[in-house]
Design a protein around this ligand. Structure first.
Ligand SMILES: [Mg+2]
Length: 451
């Protein structure tokens, strides 16, 4: 049986700020991407005043006039994250970076091993006795001790203002459910013997991956509870939802599909960047620059991973006051009455990781989408570029030698930017686009939910 930890940092972005600046401690504060937007991370004190992740800044100010608002500081957050992962990696070689502030650790080897086991690299931190078959309870008790030790090390080595919720269970899904049960500074174990009980205590929406919208769709099938879902025939779920149905069934059985995905194993299917502007614009030069910069950001990340892609997708969102001529183009995502979005993809017929080429195609797609849907000069609030159909390590493929030729200039640029900071050396087209789509860290999932 596996022993999985899910570690979820509490009020993470806000805690990073409060750790760095003691004057902010104990005061309601929030971190936002820009001041016209939403709070992406309220501090514990702000949460107590009713401010949640996603609360608009104007509403937060109404709820709590003395709230201190700061812009997210990506460099600070990433530095802390690296220190956390350094600790995690001392306990297991199976660590999954689930999001900027959440990780899964597989501690099966450590907790089932004798102290001489080569995987037991934490010898000396805590005395753990060897466990026989008849001592299963001890494994879970030791897991709790280990969780307390990790919490203590975060407090001591990363900062006293950081707390986390740790969920311990036999699989990833249950570990995540466990950490959600006890926040903040929580520690919760779901032992195999606890699982039957969960069917009477958990609501469908307590399951990560089932939000209100999915719950409503399930209700149409008369699936109201976790038990209903576990008893529903898989074939019918598959018929109704496709492959998602199979996944739903596994959620109903409280089983995880995936095991821990280490960064080395992670299969990257696409790479993208998007940016929501503080204000909508109809200025085509601004849109052009933004799209170019996003394309360059995608390209840099592709090159870092030694990857090339052959499909470019563009996404644009228009605020409610721009009126669409029609429903949306193929692949479009409708946002109801609030705002209109359009996504279009195009197979470009070559492999690329060059920002200029990605931009060329993305801009064409934008013009096409605009023409088809919005007429002459619509307002645009958000834009995104994604490159997919990725391949790796072309260097080993003589057939693709043509794609390697222009690389020297780009890799020289990458080297300079790595040393002196992103976009120190940049193309003339985005020379003055420094403030557009600045550095940021996502607070959502780093990849598709697969637990
Ligand atoms: Mg968190």
């Amino acid at each position: 049986m596996k022993i999985i930890f899910h570690i979820d940092m509490n009020s993470y972005f806000a805690a990073c700020e409060q750790q760095a600046n003691p004057h902010l401690r104990g005061r309601p504060m929030g971190v936002c991407e820009h001041l016209g937007g939403i709070i992406i991370a309220p501090s514990v004190e702000a949460k107590r005043r009713g401010i949640k992740t996603g609360t608009p800044v104007w509403e937060a100010r109404k709820l709590c006039p003395e709230i201190i608002l700061l812009r997210v500081d990506p460099a600070k957050v990433r530095t802390v994250t690296e220190r956390l992962y350094k600790i995690f990696s001392e306990y297991s070689y199976l660590v999954e970076r689930y999001s900027i502030d959440e990780a899964f650790l597989d501690l099966t080897h450590l907790l089932h091993s004798t102290p001489r086991d080569p995987f037991d690299i934490t010898q000396g931190h805590l005395e753990r006795k060897s466990k026989g078959e008849g001592e299963k309870g001890l494994v879970w008790d030791n897991a709790i001790l280990l969780a307390l030790e990790i919490k203590h090390r975060i407090w001591k080595e990363v900062g006293e203002w950081f707390t986390c919720s740790i969920g311990i269970a036999p699989n990833k899904l249950l570990a995540k459910i466990a950490s959600d049960m006890d926040k903040p500074d929580g520690l919760k174990v779901i032992r195999p013997s606890d699982i039957p009980n969960l069917y009477s205590t958990l609501a469908l929406t307590d399951i990560p991956g089932i939000a209100n919208r999915m719950a409503a769709r399930l209700a149409e099938l008369k699936i109201y509870t976790l038990r209903d879902l576990s008893q529903y025939p898989e074939s019918l779920l598959h018929f109704k939802f496709g492959i998602v149905g199979v996944w739903l069934k596994s959620l109903g059985n409280l089983q995880s599909i995936g095991s821990i995905v280490t960064p080395e194993e992670e299969v990257i299917k696409s790479m993208g960047h998007s940016y929501t502007m503080p204000r909508a614009t109809s200025d085509e030069r601004v849109m052009k620059k933004l799209l170019f910069k996003l394309s360059e950001k995608v390209a840099v990340r592709l090159r870092r991973r030694n990857m090339w892609g052959s499909v470019v997708s563009m996404y644009a969102r228009f605020p409610p006051n721009s009126s669409p001529l029609q429903g949306g183009v193929r692949g479009g995502v409708g946002k109801g009455k609030k705002s209109f979005g359009n996504g279009v993809s195009h197979k470009i017929g070559e492999l690329t990781n060059d920002g200029r080429i990605i931009f060329k195609h993305a801009w064409k797609l934008f013009l096409l989408s605009k023409q088809t849907n919005y007429g002459s000069s619509p307002l645009v609030r958000m834009m995104g570029v994604t490159v997919s159909s990725l391949v790796e390590n072309l260097r080993d493929e003589p057939l693709f030698a043509q794609y390697l030729k222009p690389q020297w200039a780009l890799s020289a640029m990458d080297k300079i930017n790595e040393k002196h900071g992103d976009f120190t050396l940049r193309r003339a087209a985005i020379l003055d686009a420094r403030t557009l789509a600045g550095d940021t860290v996502g607070f959502g999932r780093m990849k598709e939910m697969k637990i």
